[in-house]
Design a protein. Structure first.
Length: 441
């Protein structure tokens, strides 16, 4: 029996190579939306059914797949594309008359906003299905936030708050991110990005680049607080993924002692979170408690001082002892075969064990000074690629969204479509619910 590596079961490249109609059929065929459709149809009751619920819903999905920035753009496409109308479920005998007017979409979107919980349930079902298909799904998770500008200008501070009327955005506020890097010559540069709108907070699988959890907030919301919310939701809704997860990767915006402690103590997830220098006393290093010549810096690098020559060397990391809750470090002279005059009189020649309780921010189960920490931290770029895909392929670079409920709905639909494409591709490769895709002429 030929074994197919799990990593080859799904890849975004093969979805990118599909035509738009093929991707739309993939989403429509494999989206678990039957419960939502039945609730919407029961709400309509015995009223007029000029524009069927399922057809309007499918056309909204088409707008996301086809990257339409507005309802009017979608309606124009439906009017000129008979094949698209038929795929969505509109009566082919009616022709252009089957395309709903703009007010129908406005009413339908308002109804969908009331069913935000149902849409999140669809999202959770898709995540659970992916975890069944992919045994390594969720082993390494990455977390980040993405700023999304509102299609409205920010309110002037000298103006009093106004009632929402659809023309302005009274829910959004201003957000600000500061990016700092070091040039090759050692100097620092800083870039400040500000926007008026919202934030999409994401946890994604770092291998398959698929979302597993999200929240939408105002632009000023704290990344650290939302990090706790995301972890809480993940533990509540997807306990299998939490049990499977080995490491969670995030940038220094999530550098929080309480989050780091919670991840390891409660969930046994190794936090791989970049750290800020919060040592305000100006010290470059601090002495390890109970040691005479062992110090560490704010990034968790451990050094020993030779008792004879006073030379400082970085100690070799020897691994994490889970039962003891300690990080083990070895003498660099013995480990690397270096010459050290004070080796005979050094109290740490046999190595040291540093408990995590020395400083829970600095010392984590996966040592910050180890090569493995750097390797896993580099996987954080997965969430950046998901953010870029949302901008480029799902239309968040150019949109006409105002208001929190609309933004939450739009983000949920985009993430659901992303997951449905992945689930559909996996089902077809496994031979489950295989359906013929429409080929573009």
């Amino acid at each position: 029996m030929a074994i197919i590596p799990q990593s080859s079961l799904f890849g975004w490249r093969e979805i990118d190579e599909l035509g738009d109609l093929e991707r739309l059929v993939l989403v429509i065929n494999h989206l678990p939306d039957e419960d939502l459709m039945q609730k919407l149809e029961r709400e309509r009751g015995n009223g007029r059914n000029d524009y069927p619920v399922r057809a309007v819903w499918n056309s909204l999905l088409a707008g996301i797949v086809f990257q339409h920035p507005s309802i009017e753009s979608l309606r124009r496409e439906l009017c000129r594309n008979a094949q698209l109308r038929e795929i969505c479920g509109f009566d082919p005998l009616l022709g252009v008359q089957a395309v709903p007017p703009a007010y129908v979409y406005s009413r339908f979107l308002r109804k969908l906003m009331k069913y935000a919980d149902e849409l999140e349930k669809i999202f959770d079902r898709l995540v659970d299905e992916l975890s069944e298909y992919l045994p390594d799904f969720g082993q390494v998770l990455a977390m980040d936030s993405k700023g999304i500008s509102s299609h409205a200008r920010g309110r002037r501070r000298d103006k009093s708050p106004q009632e929402p009327d659809g023309r302005r955005d009274t829910d959004a506020d201003f957000g600000r991110k500061v990016y700092q890097r070091r040039r090759e010559d050692g100097s620092l540069w800083q870039k400040v990005v500000s926007w008026f709108g919202y934030k999409l907070h994401l946890i994604v699988d770092a291998r398959y680049e698929l979302p597993v959890g999200f929240t939408v907030t105002k632009a000023s919301a704290s990344d650290t607080k939302q990090g706790h919310v995301l972890v809480d939701r993940l533990a509540e809704r997807h306990p299998v993924l939490v049990e499977r997860c080995e490491a969670l990767v995030a940038d220094r915006g999530y550098d929080d002692t309480r989050l780091i402690v919670r991840l390891w103590d409660d969930e046994k997830i190794k936090p791989v979170i970049d750290i800020r220098n919060q040592w305000r006393d100006g010290d470059e290093t601090r002495l390890v408690k109970g040691r005479e010549n062992i110090v560490y810096d704010y990034r968790g690098t451990v050094y020993c001082h030779c008792p004879s020559a006073g030379t400082r060397r970085e100690m070799a990391f020897g691994g994490f002892e889970k039962d003891r809750g300690t990080l083990k470090y070895r003498c660099p002279a013995k480990h690397y075969g270096l010459e050290c005059r004070g080796m005979d009189s050094c109290p740490s020649v046999s190595g040291v064990r540093i408990p995590l309780s020395e400083d829970r921010r600095v010392f984590t189960p996966l040592a910050r000074s180890s090569y493995k920490w750097k390797t896993i931290y580099n996987k954080r770029t997965a969430v950046e690629r998901v953010n870029a895909r949302l901008d480029e392929a799902f239309g968040f670079e150019k949109h006409f969204i105002r208001g929190f409920k609309k933004m939450h709905l739009r983000c949920t639909l985009a993430l659901v479509v992303m997951l449905a494409m992945a689930v559909g591709r996996l089902r077809e490769k496994r031979g489950m619910n295989l359906r013929t895709l429409v080929k573009v002429a």
